[in-house]
Design a protein around this ligand. Structure first.
Ligand code: FAD
Length: 379
């Protein structure tokens, strides 16, 4: 299908190249299954390796670490194309867009030299272990502890909502190194080999048709030099990492793809006007993401802009799902078989859109973040 997203500007990485990759994945069974409503939550180790081989990982990362040395806006546009062509992206979004970018900002040169080239080649997958049963929004209350023991730390605790845990090689782990009362002042971030003895990974199904992990950590020994940044200095790193996570141009691509596919199905004037307005709003959401990306690249505080990008996409995805179901009628929710609309993709998307209010930080927190950081101090 002809793409309506922006051209990607990268020689050899055109929209057509990405479309071909999507066709290959579909032929080899490592694409997004039709029951899964969001490529952001779909996972495939084979697909991730293929991105590395195709040179799609780290397009703007330094060449010395295996990156492409391009402008960050190139990566932003390519990620939109990957979403448009419905490529499995969970491992990519965590390992590359979120943790890879955060390591380049916060880790030492030696740590980057060890990990970034292996991420760029499609070899290493990371998952992100922040959330716990009593600590999602309120990360300052997390209870997983790391206690110093000679040249290592001993980690105990539990992590939930860990996307891509079943495919991951390493976990980017938030732990408490300070006292139980230290709140955000006593947190640290470690890189932990997920195969270290004492880590158990459980996997659960999600409403969106994907999976989500849960990690139990019992007396897990982690070398002391596997810390990102300073011990007890993790809060700033966690918040900065979330800024990268919240910019999601692939979801703009997903929405534009659905709008293109819905186009021939909605023929009445009012319906087409509504879809046209949502299309316009998707372009605005893209601009929020571009603004955040530009600030992140320049090393300027991008917290409010990342929240704007995340909030605008979450609201719009849910509006698109509800509108599409209303315009297409009850058959929009048929999941499979001859009556399914867009091979069931619309029904799956409507299920998956529910989680966009929560994943990456709840919408209420994005609103607070925007008002705290920007109201009265817009720059
Ligand atoms: C699909 C999916 C994938 C995820 N992947 C990961 C992952 O890979 N790694 C990871 O670490 N986590 C992941 N998460 C977890 C996610 O970050 C948390 O679910 C999220 O931060 C919310 O935390 P919580 O679930 O504890 O909800 P809570 O914080 O308990 O929120 C519950 C409700 O309380 C409201 N609320 C809470 N605090 C406030 C406040 N201060 N002000 C106003 N309202 C408030 C919220 O708006 C919400 O409605 C994922 C979640 C989902 C759904």
């Amino acid at each position: 299908m002809t793409s309506t997203v922006e051209p990607t500007f990268v020689p050899g990485r055109t929209a057509d190249d990405i479309a071909r990759l999507a066709e290959e994945f579909a032929a080899h069974g490592c694409g997004v299954p039709p029951t899964q409503g969001s490529p952001s939550d779909a996972d495939s180790r084979a697909a991730y390796a293929a991105y590395g081989q195709a040179g799609l990982i780290g397009l703007h990362w330094p060449v010395r670490f295996g990156g492409g040395g391009h402008d960050p806006m190139v990566t932003f546009a390519v990620e939109e194309q990957m979403g448009y062509h419905w490529l499995p992206m969970s491992s990519y979004l965590l390992s590359v867009k979120t943790i890879g970018n955060a390591l380049l900002q916060y880790a030492t040169e030696a740590m980057c030299a060890e990990f970034i080239p292996r991420i760029a080649s499609g070899e290493l997958i990371f998952c992100q272990g922040f959330s716990e049963p009593e600590a999602g929004t309120d990360l300052g209350s997390l209870r997983t502890t790391a206690r110093r023991d000679g040249d290592r730390y001993i980690v105990n605790g539990r992590k939930i909502w860990t996307s891509s845990a079943e495919h991951a090689d390493w976990v980017y782990l938030a732990v408490r190194t300070g006292s139980a009362e230290s709140r955000h002042r006593g947190l640290s971030v470690f890189l932990v080999d997920i195969h270290t003895p004492g880590i158990v990974v459980d996997v659960h199904r999600t409403l969106g048709g994907g999976t989500i992990g849960e990690l139990t950590l019992t007396d897990v020994a982690v070398p002391a030099d596997q810390v990102v940044g300073e011990i007890d200095g993790g809060w700033q790193i966690l918040m900065g990492t979330l800024d990268y996570e919240r910019v999601t141009s692939e979801k703009v691509g997903v929405m534009l793809r659905l709008l293109d596919e819905l186009d021939p199905l909605v023929t009445d004037r009012a319906g087409r006007q509504t879809l046209g307005r949502i299309r316009g709003d998707a372009h605005i959401a893209r601009e929020h993401g571009r603004r955040a990306t530009a600030r992140l690249a320049d090393g300027i505080d991008a917290s409010a802009e990342s929240s704007m990008a995340k909030l605008s996409i979450a609201l719009l995805m849910q509006e698109l799902a509800a509108t599409a179901v209303e315009l297409v009628g009850p058959r929009a929710l048929v999941e499979s078989g001859p009556g399914a609309v867009l091979d069931g993709k619309l029904a799956a998307f409507a299920r998956a859109a529910v989680a966009t209010t929560i994943a990456g930080g709840v919408s209420d927190i994005q609103r607070k973040n925007i008002s705290r950081r920007r109201v009265g101090s817009w720059s």
